[in-house]
Design a protein around this ligand. Structure first.
Ligand code: DGL
Length: 250
């Protein structure tokens, strides 16, 4: 049986899930978080669905074996490819997954023009087709950005990569959904290319609120000191990189 003081596992292919961890820390400051970045296997978003499923299952297994009380899949790509199967495998586990914030965009602009930026896997999976269908009053433009996650992981400037792809949309969209958790980490670049008239939206806060609701319902909310432990599947200065991202404003 899980205990209140157990870790909440938070997982992404790399540093992207930190945008979700930030929201979790705000919503749940008394919790202990174990953040796992599968950097050795990033990026996920250009792999086959089966590959993403296998990697997600391996990461979930590793975290559940550590005795986490809840798993937050802080990766839209992993949610799209694997969350249903994951919930079937761990029917008693609390598993929350982030999805592109299309509903939030609909709340703000019910008949608006909305771009959804995400990985190729997220945009080609059935879950996204359903989401878009449910909010078909909006004009939704899916914009896959293969190659961007690698730049963010390496800490390289993404401006030259994004400019030609996104300049045609400048000030033409009401909102852009950042449907990959890496993207909020470079929000200022999106803002400068897309223009002042386009609102940037993401699902981090909603995911954190959902995690809180699930913990409350299971009587597993912890109100302690709070802490974060960082782990990665790759060698290197992961903890240091994570702390830098967490401290940056976006
Ligand atoms: N951060 C992830 C997402 O939200 C995955 C990025 C990747 O590894 O391609 O989709």
């Amino acid at each position: 049986m899980p205990n209140r003081e157990d870790y909440i596992g938070v997982f992404d292919s790399g540093v992207g899930g930190l945008s979700v961890l930030k929201a979790l820390l705000q919503e749940l400051p008394g919790e202990r978080f174990l953040y796992f970045g599968d950097c050795a296997n990033a990026p996920y978003g250009t792999k086959t669905t089966q590959q993403v499923k296998d990697l997600t299952f391996a990461a979930a297994e590793k975290l559940f074996c550590r005795g986490i009380k809840a798993l937050v899949v802080a990766c839209n790509t992993a949610t799209a490819a694997a969350i249903d199967d994951l919930r079937a495998k761990y029917p008693d586990g609390i598993i929350v997954g982030i999805e592109p914030a299309v509903k939030l965009a609909h709340d703000h602009y019910p008949q608006g023009k909305v771009g959804v930026l995400a990985t190729p896997v997220t945009l080609r999976e059935e879950k996204f087709a359903h989401l878009a269908e449910n909010f078909s009053q909006m004009e939704i433009t899916p914009i896959p950005l293969p190659g961007l996650v690698e730049l963010i992981e390496k800490g390289e400037d993404p401006e030259a990569f994004l400019q030609p792809v996104l300049a045609p949309y400048r000030n033409k969209l009401d909102a852009v959904v950042l449907g990959c958790t890496h993207y909020p980490l470079i929000a200022p670049v999106f803002r400068s290319i897309l223009g002042q008239n386009t609102e940037l939206l993401d699902g981090a806060k909603g995911t954190a609120q959902q995690t809180k609701r699930r913990l409350l319902a299971a009587d597993l909310l912890e109100k302690g000191e709070g802490c974060v432990v960082f782990e990665s599947s790759a060698e290197g200065d992961f903890e240091k990189r994570c702390k830098t991202f967490l401290e940056e404003k976006s």
